[in-house]
Design a protein around this ligand. Sequence first.
Ligand code: SAM
Ligand code: SF4
Length: 458
Amino acid sequence: MNIPEHLIEKYNVPVPRYTSYPPANFFSIDYTGKDYREAVVLSNEDEPQNISIYLHIPFCAQLCHYCGCNTHITRNEQIKAEYLEALKSEILMLKPLLNGNRRVSQVHWGGGTPNSLRIDQIEDIMELIYKHFQFIDQPEIAIECNPAHLDHGYTERLIAAGFNRISLGIQDFSEKVLNGVNREIPAIPAADFVRQIQASGKAKVNLDFIYGLPHQTISSFSETMERAIQLQPDRLVTFSYAHVPNIKKSQKILEKAGLVPPAEKLRMFENTYELMKSAGYVPIGLDHFAKADDELAVALKNRSLHRNFQGYCTRETTGQVYAFGTTGISQLENGYAQNAKTVSRYIELINKGEFTTEKGYAVTAGQKIIRHVINEMMCNQYISWPAAAEKMNISEEQLKQVISYDESVLEAFKSDNLLNFDRDQVIVTELGRFFIRNIAASFDAGLNKTGKTFSKAL
Ligand SMILES: C[S@@+](CC[C@H](N)C(=O)[O-])C[C@H]1O[C@@H](n2cnc3c(N)ncnc32)[C@H](O)[C@@H]1O
Ligand code: SF4
C-alpha cells in the first residue's frame, strides 16, 4: 500500500489519538477519589456488566531510552514488596463496591515490567483475584513481559497461573538497535518462548516492536519483520516510536544518535503492512496484526471489535475497566479516573485507606454518543446509523445532531477515496484506514471548541 504524498500533507494535522473519548488531556484534577468511589458504585448499573481488571507494575530494572511508559526504575525488593501490599489493599478496597454477580472477563498486567516481579508475587496477586471475583467462561488473562527477564520455568508458572496471552516486548531483533537505546539483550531467543507458549496449547503470544529508533533502516526493520513472521506469533504490534522529549527526558539521548526521518518511518510502516498482509495476518487498527482465525480478526470481520486502554477486545471480553496501581486509568461507562503517579504517593494514600485518583473525567450524555461513533470508526472502520441510534436509544436524527453530521465533510473524504457512504452507513476504504483519526475527528462535534492541542495525525 503506497499512501499518496498529497494526502499525507493534507491530513497531517493535529487530531486526538482517540485511545479514549474524551481524550486523556481532558482529564481534570477536580475529579477526586470521592468521585471515583461514586462512579464505581454507579458503574454497577451500566453496560457492559463485565469487569476488566488492569494491574500496573511500574518497575523496570533498566531504563530503555525510548520508553514512553510510566516506569519506576529500581531493583529494590523492599519497595516492590510494599507496592504489592498496597496493590492488594486497593483490590480489597474496591471489591465491596462492585455488585457480586458481575464477572471478570479480562485481567491485564501492564507496566513497566510485570515480570520484574518474582513469579510467586504474581501468583499471590492472581490467587487474591481468583478468590474474590467470579469469572466468565473464557476470560482473557494477559501479561506484558520483557524477555530479558524471562526464563522457561517462569513462563511455565505464568501459564499454570492462568495467563493465556503473553506479550513479549521484542522491539527489534538487532543488538545494535537495542544497545543504541539502552535495552537489555535477552539471553534466551524469543523463538524459544514463542514455541514454549504455543506448545502449551493454553496460551497465545503477542510480539511488540517499535519502528523509528536510531540505527534502524528500512531494510533492517523489514528483516526484523520477516524474522518475526517466521515465529508465527498469534498477534504482532508495531508501534510507531512516539518522541516526546519534553515529557520523557531520556528520549533526548536518542536525538544524538539520530532519529529516523518521517518519510523513512512511513516506508517502514508501509513495508510492515505489506509483509504482514502477505503472510496472512489481518491488520487491526493501524498497528496491530492478528492471524486470520484470531478472535480479533473474526470480530473485525463481524464489525464487533471493541477496545480499551489495554488494546483491542471482542464483545465477549469487553468490560468496564477497574485499574489498580500507579497511573492506572479506570475506564467506566460514566467516566475515567487515573491513579497517583508516583509509587510513594500511591503507597501513602492506599495505606490511609483512600483511593489515589489524581485526575479524571465524568462523561456527559452527549459525549457517550460521540464516543460510541468514534469507537466504531476507530475499531471497525464502519458505522451503521440505524444500529448506532438503536444502541444509544435515540432517534437517528438526534444522533446526527449530536455529532454535527455533515454530508459535505463525508463527500470530501469520499473524493479522496477514504470512504464510501450512503444514507444509512459509512464504510472506510483500505486507504482510509491510514487517516482514521481524521475521519473520527470529523464526528467529534466539540473538538474545535476545546482549545486543546494534539499531536499530528500521521
Ligand atoms: C510496558 S511496555 C512492555 C513491557 C516491557 N516493559 C518491555 O519493554 O518489554 C509496552 C510497549 O510499549 C511500547 N513503547 C514503549 N515506549 C514507546 C514509545 N516511546 N513509542 C512507541 N511505543 C513505545 C513498547 O513496544 C513496549 O513493548
Ligand atoms: S520499554 Fe519496557 S523495559 Fe524498557 S523502560 Fe519501558 S517499560 Fe521498562
